[in-house]
Design a protein around this ligand. Structure first.
Ligand code: G4P
Length: 527
């Protein structure tokens, strides 16, 4: 197969959702359809179960499991599908944000009873930043759900994206009958004994006016479906794939993942419309996947929690060319040539050493502590991929050395954990103290535990009251200097020496934005 053909058949995406909406269940069903697994329950949920929120050892155990399921590759009807898993727990949201930098599209799962939830909104913001194509799957229709038109309006309003239903549900909850596929114009009937199997009964009903529909679902539901479909066709423009690919239009499916219902429709449509690997921007130029020379970037680093193996796995997304085992590549940041004797590919449930990988694929590289999130590998060109930002943290604590004899170990530990993207380090301009900022509170426990067990260092946390950290810049040097002087007690610098404003409250932030019009406040590190 040529490089071009390998690229065209690849689909690299993530399933994202507010916790409990059904992300793990849907992922598993997609793998069942793809034949990648044969029994339900094979994919370990890397969600931290309720009640275990303070048990970080459990979290790490789960994170350990999640290495294996971090990327799940499988073949489906000639296409190579790569699903990138994302942590279910909100405190690891930054992991999820970063994973989104490595995908070409996403499927968003929404609970039909709950509608759009807080985490769904945040994740959509990240998709919007990158114009990532989005498909929406509205789940749990076997339970009493909101009205489908209300749900469509809610998605459009709350996620600020145009929607186009490509399937439409017939009732929900105990009277849930099935889904009419507007894309293929057939009807899938819901039978709850379909549980855990990959088959679904479909009836070809090209003409909704026909009596066959009444015979299948009864007169009342048939009449309702006819009027719903008429409304859909009247209200929504026909599906435009280009608008979907630009990230402006989200096709919407309905179903019940746990009952394996509506999943086939989703997958069939997905392989047809979802994009193959897209061009990737760098600081100097855009890299086309079909370029013969290999380029790629690290989007995730996973530490091995086994105390006997302190190594890490860096996840490399291939952006162009062909990646080869044992070939020398330039690690751009250090300027060093490196080759990898055992790069791994991830197929569902297992890892294996690979010889070749293509754009869209994710390769696991063995790392002894040299790599950072965002690192680029090339065949010699000095490129730096963009679009892999840090996100403004929302939880903060001072970090103090609890063992004066272990100062060096602590500094090294902090440095490496920050490179892994566990949290962000700021230095206060007021008192020079080190502040750790994270997206979720659990990270503080994880950091403390890992400093102790991996670096033999001890830290102590002290509270600091900050609402949000944001990066600031301005073309008006005088106003910037004035701002920094007046807000001296709230200023810090990040690891790269850039100015960061630590707002005490949302009101304080709004006021600063109002009073200093020439200063730009950024909520991601890349601007
Ligand atoms: P997440 O990864 O998005 O956090 O969600 P997950 O798939 O773990 O699903 C959350 C819960 O919702 C699970 O129940 C799961 O069985 C259930 N669920 C998923 N899809 C559907 C559906 O279509 N209909 C219904 N009725 N439920 C669904 P749980 O009780 O939390 O876990 P489990 O004990 O069933 O694993």
């Amino acid at each position: 197969m040529t490089l071009q053909e390998e690229i065209a058949r690849r689909r690299t995406f993530a399933v994202i959702a507010h916790p409990d909406a059904g992300k793990t269940t849907l992922t598993e069903k997609l793998l069942l359809f793809g034949g990648a697994i044969h029994v339900a329950g094979a994919v370990k949920s890397n969600k931290i179960k309720k009640g275990a929120t303070s048990d970080f050892m459990e979290i790490e155990r789960q994170r350990g499991i999640s290495v294996a399921t971090s990327v799940m590759g499988f073949e489906y009807k000639g296409d190579k599908i790569n699903i990138l898993d994302t942590p279910g727990h909100e405190d690891f949201a930054e992991d999820t944000y970063r994973t989104l930098t490595a995908v070409d599209s996403v499927i968003i799962v929404i609970d039909g009873a709950k509608g759009v939830e807080s985490q769904t909104r945040k994740l959509m913001e990240v998709c919007r930043m990158r114009s990532t194509p989005v498909i929406v799957f509205i789940n749990k229709l076997d339970r009493p759900s909101k009205d489908p038109f209300d749900l469509l309006d809610e998605v459009e309003r709350e996620l600020r994206i145009r929607v186009r239903p490509l399937a439409f549900p017939i009732s929900n909850g105990p009277t849930f009958k099935g889904v009419y596929n507007l894309y293929e114009k057939n009807l899938s009937l819901f039978t709850s004994d379909e549980k855990l199997t990959a088959s679904a009964s479909t009836a070809e009903i090209a003409d909704l006016a026909s009596d066959a529909l009444d015979a299948q679902i009864g007169e009342q539901f048939a009449a309702q479906l006819r009027s719903d479909v008429e409304l859909v066709e009247g209200v929504y423009d026909p599906f435009e794939r280009d608008a979907y690919l630009r990230g402006e239009l989200a096709p919407v499916f309905f179903g019940s993942a746990v009952n394996n219902f509506g999943v086939r429709e989703l997958l069939e449509c997905f392989v047809r419309i979802a994009p193959s690997p897209r061009p990737a921007p760098t600081e100097t130029r855009t890299v086309e996947p079909s370029e013969p020379k290999m380029t790629g970037f690290v989007f995730k680093i996973h530490a091995n929690m086994d105390p006997n193996h302190r190594d890490r796995i860096a996840f490399l997304k291939i952006c162009s060319g062909t990646f080869e085992r044992n070939k020398n590549y330039l690690h751009v940041r250090s300027g060093k040539q490196m080759k990898f004797s055992s790069p791994t590919a991830f197929m569902a449930e297992k890892k294996s050493v690979i010889d070749l990988a293509y754009p869209g694929d994710i390769v696991g590289l063995h790392d002894t502590g040299n790599f950072k999130i965002g690192d680029t590998f090339t065949e010699g060109e000095k490129l730096k991929f963009t679009g892999i930002p840090s996100f403004a943290p929302e939880q903060f604590r001072y970090i103090e050395n609890a063992d004066p004899l272990k100062f060096k170990q602590l500094a090294k530990g902090i440095d490496q954990l920050m490179d892994e993207g566990v949290a962000q380090l700021f230095t206060s301009s007021l008192n020079g103290r080190k502040i750790i900022g994270t997206v979720g509170a659990l990270q503080f426990e994880v950091i403390q535990y890992r400093l102790e067990h991996e670096y033999n260092a001890a830290c102590r946390w002290e509270p600091i009251s900050i609402y949000k950290a944001c990066w600031i810049e301005s073309d008006d040097a005088a106003q910037l200097a004035d701002f920094k002087r007046r807000k001296h007690t709230n200023m810090a610098v990040d690891k790269h020496g850039r100015d960061v404003f630590l707002a005490d409250t949302s009101y304080g932030l709004a006021l600063a934005q109002e009073n200093f019009k020439k200063i730009r406040f950024h909520f991601t590190s890349e601007f």
